[in-house]
Design a protein around this ligand. Structure first.
Ligand SMILES: Cc1cc2nc3c(=O)[nH]c(=O)nc-3n(C[C@H](O)[C@H](O)[C@H](O)COP(=O)(O)O)c2cc1C
Length: 229
């Protein structure tokens, strides 16, 4: 297994007739079977078998711009770790309504309910964002505001990257926000500031600077380590 990621196995009950899964089935009869798409597995294959559960990261780019370098970083991470992780890139920040505490409890829009469930069901969350006028992009801040009254982020494995021109204010601010809603202090390895981002990361995902590429890998590794604890 590449990247030194430990593997979680879940025992399959004899009584299950069918299980929908992605990942790998270790079957005594057929050996290791790969499922790249969610598909049913028949019970005969599951008897005495073990299923490997792939970790699932929800990745959020704070930039809704086409050809965003932040989105490119998330796609790069998805590509580097494709053998061991499912990385779902949430690209609907701009479809969430403006946060309003009056409708926060019972009557939230479907898009908000879906966003909360997505975070809740993720094994880990990764945010990669630029800075706009010395702060988080409004769309990202808005999405986070919709989670504050919930527990979807509580103790969730988390890492973040700020890739921007300068980005220092956003790095500081996002760390404070997330330390609060995660209810723990983000470790040093799970956060990264990339300054001069558009020169270092092309929209194609090419990272010319080896130090930046290694730093991006380190953040992803820190998130994986948290998820495997
Ligand atoms: C309206 C606007 C305001 C910006 N303000 C800042 C800023 O305060 N600090 C900063 O570091 N970069 C600022 N930038 C630059 C962007 O953060 C930078 O271009 C970033 O790389 C864009 O990320 P993206 O490629 O993922 O869209 C600003 C850009 C825009 C469009």
């Amino acid at each position: 297994m590449s990247h030194g990621v430990s593997v979680e196995f879940k025992k399959i009950q004899h009584t299950e007739t069918q299980l929908k899964t992605t990942g790998q089935l270790l079957c005594y009869k057929h050996g290791l079977i790969n499922f790249t798409q969610e598909q049913p597995v028949q019970a005969e294959h599951l008897n005495f078998g073990m299923i490997k559960v792939r970790k699932r990261i929800v990745a959020i780019s704070g930039s809704t711009r086409a050809h965003s370098s932040n989105e490119a970083i998330l796609k790069l991470i998805a590509s580097i770790y494709q053998d061991v992780l499912d990385v779902y890139i949430f690209d609907k920040l701009d479809q969430l309504p403006h946060f309003n505490p009056d409708v926060d409890e019972d009557h939230v829009a479907q898009s908000v309910a879906d966003f909360r469930s997505l975070i809740d069901s993720a094994d880990g969350v990764l945010i990669c964002t630029p800075e706009y006028v010395f702060s988080l992009p409004g769309a990202l801040k808005n999405a986070l505001e919709w989670t504050v009254s919930t527990t979807v982020f509580s103790n969730k494995p988390f890492a973040f990257i700020v890739a921007s021109g300068l980005g220092e204010k956003t790095f500081e601010s996002l760390e404070l926000i997330m330390n609060t809603i995660l209810q723990y202090t983000i470790g040093d390895h799970a956060k990264l500031l990339i300054q001069g981002a558009r020169a270092k990361v092309k929209a194609s995902g090419e990272v010319a600077d080896p130090e930046t590429l290694q730093a991006i890998r380190n953040v992803a590794d820190a998130l994986i380590a948290q998820m495997n604890k």
